[in-house]
Design a protein around this ligand. Structure first.
Ligand SMILES: [Zn+2]
Length: 184
């Protein structure tokens, strides 16, 4: 399953690594309970555990979701995760959106979100946010008199220099040349 090997997953279980929540589930044969990697309950014996990609597969095999870490509450539907992420990005892209905030909002680990999002869309979530910002910047340049600094500030870029350099990378034109309808 996945590209993760048992050693990586076992290490994640041992250190209760929450970055792997949503990436896999482990099930304990002796207790018949399944857990998220971050679960703080006692680390089981290695020979007693098996790994599953989703909690529903573990439940199908007769495991009960742990009452402590509640793995059944993890979102497991990838489309749902992407759609919640997109809604949040489209609402918040002007603010200083970070992967941490986004992952918190969606309720999965940032590691999982990044992987899943890139697999589904070909972009990272923050690249999508940047695309939205630049699209809006292009519109503002053509339809308003706002200065380049104002537009950069309005769209949450770190500085107008940062804005100009990203703009140039994506649209092959500086913001001022774009406004004048010139190519560089
Ligand atoms: Zn647990």
């Amino acid at each position: 399953m996945y590209s993760l090997n048992d050693r990586v997953m076992w290490n994640a279980v041992k250190v209760c690594d929450h970055n792997f929540d949503g990436v896999f589930i482990y099930a304990v044969k002796s207790t018949r309970i399944c857990c998220k990697p971050s679960c703080k309950s006692k680390t089981p014996l290695k020979e007693n555990i098996s790994f599953y990609p989703t909690v529903s597969l573990a439940i199908n095999d007769g495991y009960r979701p742990c009452k402590r870490c509640r793995p059944e509450l993890l979102l497991s539907n990838e489309d749902e995760i992407i759609s919640i992420a997109n809604q949040f990005i489209e609402k918040e892209y002007r603010s200083n959106l970070t992967l941490d905030r986004l992952a918190h909002e969606v309720g999965v680990s940032k590691f999982h979100l990044q992987r899943l999002y890139k697999k589904a869309t070909g972009l990272s979530p923050l690249e999508y946010a940047t695309n939205l910002k630049l699209k809006e910047a292009a519109k503002l340049l053509l339809t308003t008199n706002q200065s380049i600094t104002e537009i950069a500030y309005h769209l949450g870029f770190k500085s107008s220099a940062h804005f100009s350099s990203l703009f140039r990378q994506h649209l092959n034109s500086t913001p001022s040349a774009y406004r004048k309808g010139e190519s560089v």
